[in-house]
Design a protein around this ligand. Structure first.
Ligand code: SF4
Length: 492
């Protein structure tokens, strides 16, 4: 029993664990003679058979073994939170390296964790995964997994991930595919770094690994590189400007349909929304995106899904809940044109007075235009400027709406994991630690998160009417951007 195991925090009264003499504070070392690595591994081991032989350690260091007839179910224990695995790579466009100084410490910790990749769709370069970890993915069937390939040409990949040992991503991918693991892949594209022939080869190599049945590359998305104004002492990386984005869309959007045709009609090559927003081109129709909205978390199809939902919502009787409301919606520059069009349609249909403002991102630099990276101070500044422009009246609007995505930390999704003792998710807090209640108190009007669509937004405005968002304080769970829901968790 050499492994350190996972500590048991609570034991449910009347549970199998209690009957077996297991107590809070014990450490679960082994199940069926296999070391317990973490919560996900526990779920895998405990549900594998109808009975389980357990090896445990008391806080005083003594060990004991016990046996439970659990019928393939959990035994009624809560285990200690797992620590997220911290990335030791050096990607040239790593967002964490481009963070301005002064944010809370947890935002500078980089995660590269196959468990988060499986559970929440986080992308991993697999650079921190050795063969033993790849075997674990196969053994526990952590499928699908999400892999940042960036480039399959070895020298290009080394340049991108900044690690001379990580050129051969295809070896690792093939290890997983041969084990029956499905993989969603992505390439973050930077001009002159991994576009052109390198991108073409990446596309061909990954397409060659798409197959019917298990062990397939399920999709490949391309995402334009995101650079902030904080790149001091970092390698030169060229940004994707509107001309490059337009050329990319012109070249690759038709290929999306060609690959979909060869993939039984299901889109396989995916273009992130940002190509279109940066190019100033309307996003394509529904058939451009996969039926299951694959890689939605990665910014593929978010705009189209919002438009589809809005169109249906505006025609529904519920839309009249917006009638007469004077609401200011704050968002990022890239989403503002789309949101403005939808809001104009809603205003015409139901007589509401919603307005959209694109808040500039002074925290990360104005080149950063996505809503999710707006900080509390950026939103406050935009709302103040709007109020001043309207004569400074304290009741200049009935409510202010902030993007739900700005209320998530960009590093993580879950209260199940910690980053070296920091809880990853802090709900209701912007990246710069301003909280929603603080912003609401400053603005003096109800301030609510947007939710993922107009229906969620109306829920929030109605909750504010009922004072459920008293002083902006969250009295109940609110709709997040609809993201980061566990995707592949075993039944807990
Ligand atoms: S793998 Fe991710 S977290 Fe690690 S350096 Fe690269 S971009 Fe940053």
């Amino acid at each position: 029993m050499a492994q350190k195991g996972v500590q048991i925090i609570t034991v449910e009264p009347g549970s199998l664990a209690e009957e077996a003499g297991i107590r809070p504070g014990d450490t679960l070392l082994e199940i069926h003679g296999e070391a317990v690595l973490d919560q996900l591994n526990y779920q895998f081991l405990i549900t594998r058979e109808d009975q389980a032989e357990l090896a445990l350690q008391r806080p005083d260091g003594s060990t004991f073994e016990t046996f439970v007839e659990n019928g393939g179910e959990g035994i009624g224990v809560d285990l200690a939170q797992d620590e997220v695995k911290v990335c030791k790579q050096n990607c040239v466009f790593c967002f964490v390296h481009q963070m301005p100084k002064g944010f809370r410490k947890s935002l500078y910790l980089k995660d590269e964790d196959i468990r988060l990749s499986f559970l929440y769709g986080h992308f991993t370069t697999l650079s921190s995964s050795d063969d033993a970890e790849l075997d674990r993915i196969v053994r526990e069937r952590l499928s699908p997994i999400h892999v940042s390939v960036h480039a399959t040409e070895p020298e290009a990949r080394i340049r991108v991930v900044g690690n001379p040992r990580e050129g051969d991503i295809l070896r690792k991918l093939d290890h997983l595919l041969a084990g029956g693991i499905d993989v969603h892949t992505q390439a973050v594209v930077a001009p002159g770094l991994n576009d052109g022939a390198i991108w073409q080869r990446t596309l061909e190599d990954l397409w060659a690994r798409r197959r019917e049945g298990r062990g397939s590359v399920l999709s490949l998305s391309c995402v334009p590189v995101g650079l902030t104004a904080h790149r001091e002492n970092l390698p030169d990386v060229q940004d994707v400007d509107p001309a490059f984005a337009r050329a990319w869309v012109a070249r690759w959007a038709p290929e999306v349909r060609r690959y979909a045709k060869a993939n039984n009609g299901e889109p396989w090559l995916l273009l992130a929304d940002e190509w279109f927003t940066r190019a100033g081109i309307e996003v394509p129709g529904r058939s451009f995106y996969s039926r299951s909205w694959a890689q939605l978390e990665n910014g593929v199809g978010l705009v189209r899904r919002f438009l589809e939902h809005s169109r249906r919502f505006i025609r529904s009787p519920r839309a009249r809940g917006f009638a007469g409301r004077r609401v200011l919606l704050l968002t990022g520059a890239s989403f503002a044109p789309t949101l403005s069009r939808v809001v104009a349609e809603l205003n015409r249909a139901v007589g509401s007075h919603l307005r959209v403002i694109a808040a500039a991102n002074f925290s990360f630099g104005e080149t950063v235009t996505v809503a999710g990276l707006l900080c509390g101070e950026d939103l406050k500044y935009a709302a103040h400027a709007d109020r001043d422009a309207k004569g400074g009246r304290p009741d200049w609007v009935d409510a202010v709406v902030v993007p739900s995505s700005s209320l998530r930390t960009h590093t993580g999704p879950t209260d199940q994991y910690t980053l070296r003792g920091f809880v990853v998710r802090e709900e209701g807090t912007f990246l710069d630690d301003l909280t929603l209640p603080q912003l609401a108190a400053d603005l003096g009007v109800p301030t609510v998160p947007s939710g993922a669509n107009l229906s969620h937004l109306l829920d929030h405005l109605e909750a504010a009417d009922r004072d459920a968002f008293r002083g902006g304080a969250l009295q109940s769970a609110f709709h997040t951007a609809g993201l980061n829901l566990p995707q592949g968790a075993y039944n807990p």
